[in-house]
Design a protein around this ligand. Sequence first.
Ligand SMILES: Cc1ncc(COP(=O)(O)O)c(C=O)c1O
Length: 440
Amino acid sequence: MGPRSADGIAADYAELLIGDLHASLASPVSESMNFLNEIALRYPEAVSLAAGRPYEGFFDLDDLPRHLSLYRRHLTERLGGDEESVRRTVLQYGRTKGVIHELVAEHLRLDEGITADPQDLVVTVGCQEALYLTLRALRRDERDVLLAVAPSYVGVHGAAGLVDMTLVPVRDAADGIDLDDLVARIRGVKAEGRNPRACYVIPDFANPSGTRMSLETRRRLLRIAAEEDLLLLEDNPYGLFGDPDGPPTLKALDTAARVVYLGSFAKTGLPGARVGYVLADQRVTDGDGRAGTLADQLAKVKSMLTVNTSPIAQAVIGGKLLAHGCSLRDANVREIATYRDNLTRMLAGLERRFGDVPGVSWNAPAGGFFLLLTVPFLAGDDLLERCASTYGVLWTPVHHFYADTRPRNVMRLSFSHLRPEEIETGLDRLARFVRDQQHN
Ligand SMILES: Cc1ncc(COP(=O)(O)O)c(C=O)c1O
């Protein structure tokens, strides 16, 4: 054994400088997920108003064999009783674009009014992979930029960073996006000789703000996309958890293939299955007359990344879809009611505790998992740490959704995974913390 340094590590042990690794690894975004997970692990007794997870009380291991056998029966029928092919489909390496694409297309038709050719779907390892594939394909060189509402889901900052795509922030608004600012940003980017490839949006109950775009905003956004020759990346993990008579998705309104639709089964299916998808029906030509779709190109990227999404996980999700006639709205009746009750309880609880507290305000989303609480002090990671250790409650500092480390006076509160009494306890603790901060 060679000589050892003071900290006990062999002197010839390989050591890498983070500055010599990919630039995204040194950015604050890459720390965000780890920091937030790690703090929750360190304070297991704390009530978490931070985790954007589905309620675990509905998870049941016995659903897995049930859903697997439903999918198996479906496949056996589809394949004319050929058990060998059934076994191969579920257990062997498989189709890059996935095996439950027809069931996903049927879900989109039933629940979202989206007409999708199953061939234009790529079933992915969660929505996060769908985001990565899309950005990887769209980013040709350093001039290509992504626009996104600020604040936006941490994962879009992360995926953009991994493919070296600059993210240009667009101002938020009460119904999700400031369209005048969007146009100004697009023009600004073009004036600099750069290329705005797409704008990432979460029109339904956004993460972190909980906002939902009006029908008028959706229509204007589609018009702007057409006028400026821009794609829209519509991310929709939460749309089902709200009023069924709300406005249609952008993709349902899209008549010109402007929208790449990103889906996740983490909230409506099972997060542990890690299954999502992307609907990319844009035509791609090679100049020699051969044409395919963007989905075909995304499949090429996927074939070099995760090869294919586990068909076993797809079978579990496929079985859940089949159990409910492919309607996730039907599959989530209990979940939809629970999240709505939790949201009502949160809003009433905030009013009771903060209604007359100066400097404290919050928005009132109509669904989803999240809302934003504005407080009269800067709520950064250091205060979160203090709040967790001394007051026993966790929330998410909103700077994580701006991909920087500058604390702001806003926190994201989530309520999806808690029981009613946990929401009350969490809010009591939060109220004590906010009161003490004000008096410091
Ligand atoms: C807006 C948004 N998109 C995508 C995801 C990730 O989805 P998945 O778990 O399917 O990768 C999340 C998860 O929190 C999210 O909030």
